[in-house]
Design a protein around this ligand. Structure first.
Ligand code: PEP
Length: 260
């Protein structure tokens, strides 16, 4: 794999991050209000990013450039370029100043049939273009209730670890239980911590410096539960869907993140 940065001793800087996922929401005027309010309340000691729909990347760049808030996208193609109508490549995202790209969000796995192998290939394309892939994984309610949580997320994670090898140290993971996304029912802080610790241990077994990896929790995070979730030792912040669309809620979640 060819990457934008050297392989030797690769590691990401583990940091507390709060990342907004706007999903397919937004309109130019509402976005401008939201982005300006984020810019006006700069985060202290925690990395903040918003993953916006593709058409709004130019607007995010225009309104956030030079601020402490980064921006990114919600998906990228598993291909470099070519006859893939409707697809957007990681290199194109780089042209718009994206720092991050979500890959493997459960809505893409479920609604668009993305396999573990496709998600891994997307993460690889992102790294090649100097973007940080935020690799989303999580179990369904059926899998959790059937005692299959570790097996389910293990398969999703292993596909990425095998393809990326040592470069996996530069990804960010987001544990997002499918049953918690958009449901108003977050995982408890204990459930999140338990899975994050499992993920970190599994990453370490692949020879990656897991202590340097940021692992975010996502799924119905709101201003009331963010503090407890983010206080867990293996939870390095959150991936926030619905609550990232309200400036006050997103700001309050950012303020719940521990300062390093
Ligand atoms: C998400 O879409 O990644 C997400 C976590 O959504 P929500 O916060 O709305 O559950």
């Amino acid at each position: 794999m060819t990457t934008a940065t050297p392989e030797a001793g690769e590691s990401a800087l583990r940091q507390t991050m709060v990342v907004g996922n706007w999903k397919m929401h937004g309109a130019l005027q509402a976005n401008a209000d939201l982005l300006r309010s984020l810019r006006a309340a700069p985060p202290a000691g925690c990395a903040v990013s918003v993953c916006v729909p593709f058409p709004y990347l130019a607007q995010a760049r225009e309104l956030l450039a030079g601020s402490q808030v980064a921006w990114g996208a919600q998906d990228c193609s598993m291909h470099e370029q070519g006859a893939y109508t409707g697809e957007v490549s990681a290199r194109m995202l780089g042209d718009f100043g994206c720092r991050h790209v979500l890959v493997g969000h459960s809505e893409r796995r479920r609604l668009h049939g993305e396999s573990d192998a496709m998600v891994a290939a997307k993460a690889e394309r992102a790294l090649e273009c100097g973007l940080t892939p935020i690799v989303c994984l999580g179990e369904t309610l059926e899998q959790r209730e059937g005692g299959q949580t570790e097996a389910a997320i293990g398969l999703q994670l292993d596909a990425v670890l095998h393809l990326l090898g040592a470069h996996a140290a530069r990804m960010v993971l987001a544990y997002e239980p499918v049953w918690a996304i958009g449901s108003g029912r977050s995982a408890s802080a204990e459930q999140a911590q338990q899975v994050h610790a499992l993920l970190r241990a599994r990453v370490a077994r692949h020879g990656i410096d897991a202590q340097s990896l940021s692992i975010l929790y996502g799924g119905s995070v709101n201003p009331a539960n963010a503090g407890d979730l983010f206080a867990q030792p293996d939870v390095d912040g959150g991936l926030i869907g619905g609550a990232s669309l309200q400036a006050a809620d997103f700001q309050s979640i950012i303020e719940s993140a521990p300062r390093h």
